[in-house]
Design a protein around this ligand. Structure first.
Ligand code: SF4
Ligand code: SF4
Ligand code: SF4
Length: 681
């Protein structure tokens, strides 16, 4: 659905938000709302510029066809009034065939608006011979009249109080020709649809059809124009009025000469040039007495001509028709006597109204706030690229303030936003992939823990039995007994197996733990005391950094000592040529404590990092190490409901960070470890 009651409408499903129409609208009459470029009827001039520029055909003009069908079905004689540009709109057939086609559609008569132009031209000659405020601005173009009434009301006194050729012909029909007729104007202009709604002109013309609508009617009724015998216009004929839609046509019809040296007559066409002349008039910069202004480049360039012919080609078609008409017209003196007679008693005057609706302007602070919403924080952010349809970022911000535009219409801002979103999505993807990988690793470790716990549980009792009997045997064997060495080996190896089993139970979190308020600083000092005795630490410099406000943690000091000794030993072994081991402890988010072990060792490859906490996985050469050191760390931390994080760079070093819960009064039970989770990469 389009905009109800608007003559110029937007077809929402076709609008692709290119803002070309916003850029081309001379009246700031297009409001972008919910991404749609809607027409504000009160502000609109119905100039049709937006229809002309919209490559998506998303702007349309309200159809007059339903009203025409009612008229043709009724009892009043319908008179089609054909605008003088028509030879350029129906270029494939002769003018007479167009007239014949209209008769076939059901029109009782077909008259030429060029005759209305002759009457209008006469009225201009009369006006200019009297005393009037100058410069006089011509008023055949309803879009231009509407612009003055709505946006430059100071110039209303300068508007020539004379009706357009369309209204002039319609008044002639109503007063002197066929008062009961239904008058239908056919032309290239969308603004004519608004002109007949004006209260000063109400009820004079019944319907306005565009050439496009008329072509659709011919197609709908199967009227093949090229097969028809040409027909003639009804009613009084024009002599020069047919030239009206061509640049300078009014002057030519009124036999007024424009002397370029005198510069008292200015002919200007096209929105930009016409508005420029109006602004200069406002500024008092012009000395001209007569301003002949049109919003299009002559009405032959009207917005709904229905074909893509060049202006030159259209002019050629119109001029050819005017020459033929003039040749057939009566001799000049006779013609103008008849015209003066028709003019007698015919009211061709009109009035104008101030319809201005000034928009409020934002303060500097309000403007700055809107610019910030558009991502314009500094002057260099204001690109003034025009992509939003406004010439500068500030013009656009003012339009946002006035409710005509949306802050999001800024293309560079949207691109920036899009790039940020794409980056955030890419970051999220990496995070999700990491989390997924850690989850898989944690699940693998959890199932491995269950298996390890089952195996350890099965081995624990037989191992205990072997150990008891080995020690009983040792006690019974005399010193010097050759079997004693063998039994001692059985006892030592059984002891080693028991440690392995205990390690597996630690990994599988099958041992209970104390829940005490543990002073991590004291534990770390104890750990340093233990490890420093080992040879592997002989070339390692330990730097201990404990935050002075470090809270106690909820933990089992013995188990934490074991885990920290493992991490410190691991770090020292990663630095075979010596180096610095930094052990730090600091609060984490108020409720937790981080303990980090950072070495300057060889680092851990991505592949090995995935398997670090897997029981019996070791990178140590020659069967050194049980491969249970880090799994035990993992198990202990999980038993404390904590997390382990690993950050490593090959060739630079590794940091293991353990995060534990701070001690809270009232914690008595041994916390149940959640399902395992490793933080890190
Ligand atoms: S010109 Fe206007 S109506 Fe047409 S697609 Fe662009 S924004 Fe939409
Ligand atoms: S018809 Fe003219 S004034 Fe109305 S919205 Fe389109 S360009 Fe603007
Ligand atoms: S110049 Fe002619 S066609 Fe264009 S808006 Fe004005 S009256 Fe209509």
């Amino acid at each position: 659905m389009g905009d109800m009651a608007s003559i110029v409408q937007t077809v929402p499903e076709k609008c692709k938000r290119c803002y070309t129409c916003v850029r081309s609208c001379p009246a700031k009459a297009i409001k972008v709302e919910g991404g749609q470029a809607r027409v504000i009827e009160e502000r609109c001039l119905t100039c049709g510029n937006c229809i002309r520029v919209c490559a998506q055909h998303a702007k349309s003009v309200g159809s007059g066809r339903p009203e025409l069908e009612q008229i043709l079905a009724g009892s009043r004689p319908a008179i089609a009034c054909l605008a003088p540009s028509f030879p350029a709109a129906f270029e494939a057939v002769s003018p007479g065939q167009v007239i014949a086609g209209l008769r076939q559609l059901g029109f009782a008569q077909v008259m030429e608006v060029a005759y209305g132009a002759e009457l209008t031209a006469l009225a201009y000659r009369e006006l200019l011979s009297g005393k009037i405020p100058t410069p006089v601005i011509t008023t055949p173009c309803p879009a231009l009249v509407s612009y003055v009434e709505k946006y430059l009301p100071e110039l209303i006194p300068n508007l020539a109080p004379i009706v357009s050729p369309m209204i002039a012909l319609a008044r002639f029909i109503r007063t002197k020709y066929c008062p009961e007729a239904a008058v239908v104007f056919i032309g290239p202009c969308t603004a004519k649809k608004a002109e007949i709604r004006d209260e000063a002109m109400a009820g004079i013309v019944d319907v306005v059809l565009t050439y496009e609508e008329t072509q659709q009617l011919f197609a709908q009724d199967g009227v093949a124009l090229h097969e028809l015998a040409p027909s003639e216009f009804d009613g009084p004929r024009a002599r020069f009025g047919g030239i009206f839609p061509v640049s300078g046509g009014l002057l030519k019809t009124a036999h007024m000469e424009s002397d370029i040296l005198e510069n008292d007559i200015i002919v200007s066409e096209g929105v930009d040039r016409a508005l420029d002349v109006l602004r200069q008039t406002m500024d008092g910069a012009l000395n001209a007495r007569f301003l002949d202004l049109l919003f299009c480049n002559g009405c032959i360039a009207g917005p709904v001509m229905g074909n893509d012919l060049s202006i030159v080609a259209r002019k050629e078609l119109v001029v050819r028709h005017v020459r033929q008409e003039r040749a057939a017209a009566s001799e000049a003196a006779t013609y103008y006597n008849a015209l003066m007679e028709a003019r007698e008693g015919l009211d061709l005057s009109r009035s104008f109204h101030d319809r201005s609706m000034p928009l409020s302007m934002p303060s500097d602070a309000e403007l700055a706030t809107i610019l910030a919403q558009m991502g314009k924080h500094e002057p260099e952010d204001e690109l003034n690229c025009g992509a939003c349809g406004y010439p500068t970022c500030r013009d656009k911000a003012v339009a946002v303030y006035q409710g005509l535009a949306e802050a999001q219409m800024c293309l560079p801002f949207l691109i920036d936003e899009l790039e940020t979103t794409i980056q955030e999505l890419a970051d999220s993807k990496v995070q999700i992939e990491k989390a997924q990988s850690l989850l898989i690793q944690s699940e693998r470790l959890a199932s491995m823990g269950q298996l390890a716990a089952a195996v350890a549980h099965e081995l624990n009792n037989p191992l205990g039995t072997v150990l008891i009997y080995a020690h009983t045997l040792l006690r019974e064997l005399q010193t010097g007994d050759p079997r004693r060495d063998d039994v001692q080996m059985i006892a030592a190896e059984s002891e080693r197996c028991r440690k392995i089993v205990r390690g597996l139970l630690d990994f599988a979190r099958k041992r209970s733990r104390q829940a005490d308020a543990v002073d991590i600083g004291a534990v770390l000092e104890n750990v340093i005391g233990i490890v420093q005795k080992h040879a592997v630490f002989s070339r390692v410099n330990i730097d201990l950094r404990v935050a002075h406000d470090l809270p106690t943690v909820d933990g089992d000091a013995d188990q934490l000592t074991q885990a920290f000794v493992n991490l410190a030993t691991n770090a020292a072994e990663a630095m075979p040529d010596g180096g610095k081991l930094t052990i730090s402890a600091c609060p984490h988010d108020g409720d937790r404590v981080d303990i980090a072990f950072t070495d300057e060792g060889v680092g851990i490859s991505e592949e090995n990092r995935q398997r670090l906490f897997t029981p019996f996985f070791t990178t140590k050469a020659g069967g050194k190490g049980t491969g249970l050191g880090l799994p035990i760390v993992y198990g202990v931390v999980k038993m404390h409901s904590g997390d382990v994080r690993v950050d490593s760079e090959v060739g630079k070093g590794t940091t293991f960070t353990i995060t534990l819960n701070r001690w809270r009064e009232g914690i008595e039970e041994t916390p149940v470890a959640p399902e395992p989770g490793i933080i890190g990469q």
